[in-house]
Write a protein that binds this ligand. Structure first.
Ligand code: CAA
Length: 257
């Protein structure tokens, strides 16, 4: 696979995707989206890959959707072309992925990070939904995912004013799992990814499905859904292996079966 706007490599069982449009602070244009769709689908389909990290540069994870690309578009172009709908393919990724955010994560950059299962932030990270300053609103799920992540009060304030939230506030507010020194961001994200990659693959997919279901189901439905997935894992070889490994005081040797 050859890409022009992203760099993709594998490190053991971890796929590393770097947004790579430094001249535009990694602004997300249609080409980036197309390449992300391909890279994420390849990750999901490759049984040797068990976690993915997406990151940007030190200055910018991504400074938003590409304003220059959007500036001349009409309503018919955007609505007729269902602009941004391609991100549904990214969020359909079944295996876990982590956003490692340094610098600006604005507009679509913040929204892409929020699509990830976990966000880790560098101390210099800045999150924001500044679309209102451009006369529009978030368009890649920001108004919905930000409310779910940090609650209505802060989400409304951020979307209505476009103000940026620093890493410390993002951690306090529950937007990010952890803040790390800027120069250690990638190492820490890869370490976390390796930890996840070392877990039983079917259980990792099931955990992701269950936690995501909490946003869509009532508590009663969600608990039932979780219990059924839990039951179903007793049909897997890895459940037998994991419990035997505990009893025998050794690490589990997973097959993903
Ligand atoms: N789209 C296109 N180009 C962008 C961009 C974007 N979102 N963000 C930055 N760039 C470009 C700049 O135009 C500039 O290019 P030129 O050198 O050709 O002029 C280059 O990246 C460097 O940017 P700056 O000179 O502005 O860098 P700075 O350090 O002075 O400022 C910044 C950094 C505060 C992030 C500023 O670039 C900025 O405000 N960017 C736009 C942020 C924004 O509004 N994002 C939301 C976009 S809309 C959206 O995302 C919709 C949605 O819901 C998905």
């Amino acid at each position: 696979m050859s890409f022009e706007t992203i760099l993709v490599e594998t490190r053991g069982a971890v796929t590393l995707v770097r947004l790579n449009r430094p001249q535009a602070l990694n602004a997300l244009n249609s080409q980036v989206l197309g390449e992300l769709i391909t890279a994420f689908a390849a990750y999901d389909a490759d049984a040797s890959q068990r976690c993915l990290v997406i990151t940007g540069s030190e200055k910018a994870f991504a400074a938003g959707a590409d304003i220059k690309e959007m500036s001349t578009q009409s309503f018919a172009d955007m609505y007729g072309g269902n602009f941004f709908a391609g991100y549904d393919h990214v969020t359909a990724t079944r295996k876990p992925w982590i956003a490692a955010v340094s610098g600006f994560a604005l507009g679509g950059g913040c929204e892409l990070a929020m699509m990830a299962d976990i966000i880790i932030a560098a101390e210099n990270a800045k999150f924001g939904q500044p679309e209102i300053k451009l006369g529009v609103t978030p368009g890649m799920g920001g108004s919905q995912r930000l409310v779910r992540a940090i609650g209505k009060a802060k989400a409304m304030e951020m979307c209505l004013t476009g103000r940026m939230m620093d890493a410390a506030e993002a951690e306090r507010s529950g937007l990010v799992a952890r803040v790390v020194p800027t120069d250690q961001l990638l190492d820490e994200a890869l370490k976390l990814a390796e930890t996840i990659a070392g877990m039983a693959p079917l259980a990792a997919i099931a955990v992701k499905e269950e936690v995501d279901a909490a946003f869509e189901m009532t508590l009663k439905e969600g608990v039932r859904f979780e219990r059924r997935l839990f039951h179903s894992l007793f049909g897997s070889a890895d459940q037998k292996e994991g419990m035997a490994a505990f009893v025998e005081k050794r690490p589990g040797n997973w097959t993903g079966k």
